[in-house]
Design a protein around this ligand. Structure first.
Ligand code: SIN
Ligand code: CO
Length: 371
């Protein structure tokens, strides 16, 4: 069951991406929900899967975090269940993100799925990511306002940041197969009309703050020796109490030079950006496979599957996975990126087999159980 996405990507990127919200009617024609509300509730019972239930009965907002072991106390209306990173745990749901793999994958965050009852939603809010909200079963009314940095935000509940009233530039109902795209920063509010499911494919970029802090940690770990400011051409200044403009420029450049050193910045970014944003379904192999054993399993025709949504990316001449560098030639890294399933035919050289053995033992790939 594969849903086919019809988007004119050139037109979408030119006119909407990170510019303005849009409804793409029937972007999936004949959309089939890849998951049922019961299955979603099952995922919300798992310890390692992030989930929450938001209620808004009689205008009173509440949020509770999973795992949940009982849903029987919930009313017929005004509550929704939201489950994060379902692409890590549910194969059919994960297939929904496939058509979005043409967008730079370093920006992909996760697939969040929400089941909502009549009148439910999470309230008017602003997200710090770009999102494609695919409407599945049922129907929701969405009101989206314009981007404006002056909106007042407030806590409707300690876990729910809402935004004050805004004038909607979109106020429409969407039904199965429609997509609402909302760029970062646009206030929005979705209210379920009857029971509904929606699928949010989220893309998150990086803030300067997190990059500076992450890169600084990397520099401290990798360049433990201090790099000192030096000015051998110093002339006595008129005012020794004033830091001179040229000195400030030199100080800035001292930091910028580090940022502009590809061996440092690229390596940091590759490791940083492939760290998981949500828990992954990784199980380490105990006891670990030995090389000969691993090779002979592959030779019998067994196949390896990459852990769903583990982050694998290329930067310059190197590949990165799950926060570590992959020490293999780029042609092999290209192959690892492109193929989620591997067989012996993909892993011909001993070097590749040894690297994959290590990754399989760490749980990044696992043998598909044919039984
Ligand atoms: C939802 O699916 O209920 C909320 C999605 C959102 O507004 O970001
Ligand atoms: Co939102």
């Amino acid at each position: 069951m594969n849903n086919k996405l019809n988007i004119d990507w050139d037109d979408f990127l030119t006119n909407y991406w990170q510019k303005k919200p849009v409804i793409l009617r029937q972007a999936f024609s004949h959309f089939l929900d890849p998951i049922t509300p019961d299955e979603l509730a099952g995922l919300a019972m798992e310890e390692e899967i992030e989930s929450r239930i938001v209620t808004n009965k009689n205008g009173k907002w509440e949020a509770k975090f999973g795992p949940f072991d009982d849903f029987s106390h919930l009313d017929e209306e005004h509550w929704s269940l939201l489950v994060q990173a379902v692409d890590h745990w549910h194969e059919q749901a994960a297939a929904l993100v496939q058509p979005f793999k043409c967008i730079p994958q370093w920006q992909f965050e996760d697939l969040m799925i929400s089941y909502a009852t009549q009148g439910a939603g999470v309230g008017p809010h602003i997200d710090n990511y770009d999102v494609f909200i695919i409407q599945g079963m049922g129907c929701r009314r969405w009101q989206v306002g314009d981007r404006n940095s002056n909106y007042r935000q407030f806590s409707a509940h300690k876990a729910l940041l809402h935004v004050e009233d805004y004038h909607p530039i979109i106020d429409e109902q969407i039904t199965s197969g429609d997509i609402l795209y909302i760029p970062i920063g646009f206030p929005h509010n979705g209210i379920s009309i009857g029971e509904s499911l929606s699928y949010s494919v989220g893309f998150r970029t990086q803030t300067s703050q997190e990059m500076l802090s992450g890169f600084a940690d990397y520099i401290i770990d990798n360049l433990p020796k201090g790099i000192f400011y030096q000015d051998p051409n110093l002339k006595l200044p008129e005012d020794p109490y004033r830091v001179q403009p040229y000195e400030l420029t030199k100080l800035q450049n001292q930091i910028i030079d580090l940022i502009k050193t590809p061996e440092l910045f690229n390596d940091w970014f590759g490791k940083h950006i492939t760290l998981p944003m949500h828990e992954l379904n990784i199980v380490t192999v105990e006891p670990p496979y030995e090389y000969e054993e691993f090779k002979s399993i592959l030779q019998t025709g067994a196949q390896l599957s990459r852990v769903p949504s583990i982050r694998i990316l290329k930067i310059g001449d190197f590949g990165y996975i799950h926060g570590e560098k992959i020490n293999l030639p780029m042609s092999v890294i290209d192959m690892l990126c492109q193929n989620e399933i591997l067989g012996y035919e993909h892993l011909q050289s001993e070097e590749t087999q040894q690297v994959l053995l290590n990754f399989v033992n760490k749980g990044y790939w696992y043998f598909i159980d044919e039984s």
